[in-house]
Design a protein around this ligand. Structure first.
Ligand code: SF4
Ligand SMILES: [Zn+2]
Ligand SMILES: [Zn+2]
Length: 306
């Protein structure tokens, strides 16, 4: 027999283990959107921002995030929403996900700006992967992706950047930084309430939503997204934390929320102890950095493109 919704007489589409409720389609969507709205308010109002950028890769998290921001704010005239997509140049992966970005932005009638590694760095990720194997592909990719997003945000005068990180991502990152003893990095983990000169503050409206609920929301709302995996994704270390968090959540439903809650409760203390450092300008490119030469320039030198 089908389970009934805990809030009405309709059939349930899901069971939320961490709060023990069965929800039908309508009540699940309501429950989902309510938490995202609450999180947006908690992370600071968008009113003072003229242009909001949403980093969209084409995967489920960022595409669902785009649909929600559009749903909540598209009628607002006081700010503009722009989709920012980085094309790392990964054959059989990014070219496919870009089609989903284009399809969704067309449906929603939102401007989309694509910025490529090839244009900004001079090399695609496929070219980098062919020539370098020293520090792992994702280290290059992460640093260059941040550069691309910072570059386009400054060019378009974007005052807030929205990312689709989900609850599972956040709980893994918190545990990972804590276990590594990287407390400074932990203190800097978004969302960012304070503005640091030269950097665009980040907002993460889905940080309290479990990954599985995002997949269900996309399914119920008929939202299309790219489900592929990057051929260079061999981040075995994060995988360890994914398994730990999954196991803890299975044995003790609600653990992921507790991890985030604990983090939020100590974040002010962490920031006080590790306040944002005064950033210098990189000796080579003038971008903000805590060192004399920024990471981008170091990696570019390594790739012999400087
Ligand atoms: S898995 Fe690594 S290489 Fe692939 S897109 Fe992500 S960061 Fe880049
Ligand atoms: Zn219901
Ligand atoms: Zn530099």
């Amino acid at each position: 027999m089908k389970r009934k919704c805990s809030k009405c007489k309709n059939d349930a589409v899901t069971y939320i283990r961490y709060n023990g409720t069965h929800l039908c389609k309508v009540h699940f969507i309501q429950y989902f959107e309510k938490r995202v709205k609450k999180e947006i308010t908690k992370q600071g109002k968008l009113e003072n921002n003229k242009k909001i950028g949403i980093a969209v890769s084409g995967g489920k998290d960022s595409i669902v995030c785009l649909h929600l921001i559009n749903k909540f704010f598209s009628k607002r005239k006081d700010f503009e929403i722009i989709v920012l997509t980085v094309d790392e140049g990964i054959e059989n992966y990014r070219n496919i996900s870009l089609k989903y970005v284009s399809e969704n932005t067309k449906i929603l009638d939102i401007e989309c700006q694509i910025i490529s590694f090839k244009k900004i760095i001079g090399k695609s990720m496929d070219e980098i992967a062919k020539s370098k194997h020293d520090i792992g592909y994702c280290s290059y990719c992460g640093v260059f992706r941040r550069l691309c997003l910072n570059y386009i945000s400054k060019k378009l005068q974007i005052s807030k950047l929205i990312f689709g990180h989900n609850l599972d991502d956040m709980a893994q990152s918190i545990l990972m930084n804590f276990t590594n003893g990287d407390i400074k990095k932990l203190a800097r983990l978004g969302p960012h309430m304070k503005i640091q000169p030269g950097l665009v503050p980040r907002m993460m409206p889905l940080r309290v939503i479990p990954e599985k609920e995002i997949t269900l929301y996309a399914l119920l709302k008929n939202i299309s997204y790219h489900d592929g995996e990057c051929p260079y994704a061999i981040n075995a270390y994060r995988g360890i934390f994914r398994d730990i968090v999954d196991d803890l959540e299975y044995k003790n439903p609600g653990t992921r929320h507790s991890i985030i809650k604990s983090y939020d409760n100590i974040k002010d203390i962490l920031i006080k102890k590790f306040p944002p450092i005064e950033l210098n300008k990189c000796n080579i490119c003038n971008e903000p950095t805590s060192q004399e030469i920024c990471k981008v320039c170091k990696l570019k030198t390594n790739l012999k493109i400087l």
